[in-house]
Design a protein around this ligand. Structure first.
Ligand SMILES: [Ca+2]
Length: 199
């Protein structure tokens, strides 16, 4: 799909494995960096691409949304079908090496947004405690931007950790259609009225 000369495509590289190699350390990504295939960083601060410095949930690379310094964010624009509901699954943890204890990230797409928190208490770089979260949105355009933004206040280098982002269209049959319920309700009401008239 071409929008304003920009060509999007299917959602890609949700595990952040394609791009620069941070090795056993991390790479600081300034706002506006597009070196991680498919993604662009944004926000007031920077974002870190983290290698085996910590144990990622999938592969050997993940994201610390608070770079050096944060807070930052990362987003991707991809093709969507208008009116289709999408499920976004992602693995969330937090950088346990520094404050704050509760990491916060806002996920947004197509005008919808949700805030997710992660408590790093008891976790370590070797045991991150990754949990899978879900975010859903209904596409309103032929391309949609999915964004993960750190909500850490006042800067800081240790933010929410992100890896293994997956996007899939929710099958139509799995979505309740309000219009169908309204029609069924109207039909039932008409039937009741008809029977009452006959009685
Ligand atoms: Ca990964």
């Amino acid at each position: 799909v071409s929008v304003g000369g920009l060509v999007a495509g299917p959602f890609t590289n949700g595990s952040f494995e394609v791009g620069p190699d941070p090795g056993a350390s991390f790479i600081i990504l300034a706002s506006g960096d597009t070196s991680v295939t498919g993604w662009e960083t944004f926000g007031m601060g920077t974002t870190d691409l983290v290698g085996t410095l910590w144990v990622n949930s999938d592969g050997v690379k993940g994201i610390d949304l608070d770079g050096t310094p944060g807070p930052g964010g990362i987003k991707q624009t991809f093709d969507t079908m208008i009116g289709t509901m999408y499920s976004v699954l992602f693995d969330l943890a937090g950088n346990p090496a520094g404050a704050p204890t509760i990491k916060e990230v806002e996920v947004s797409a197509a005008g919808a947004s949700s805030i997710y928190t992660f408590d790093v208490t008891g976790n370590s770089l070797a045991s991150m405690g990754w949990v899978t979260k879900e975010f859903k949105f209904v596409a309103t355009a032929t391309t949609t931007t999915l964004a993960f933004q750190s909500l850490t206040k006042g800067g800081g280098d240790w933010g929410a950790a992100l890896d293994n982002v997956r996007v899939s269209a929710v099958p139509v049959g799995a979505i309740p259609e309000p219009s169908a319920f309204v029609l069924a309700g109207a039909g039932l009401a008409a039937l009741v009225a008809y029977r009452r008239r006959r009685a």
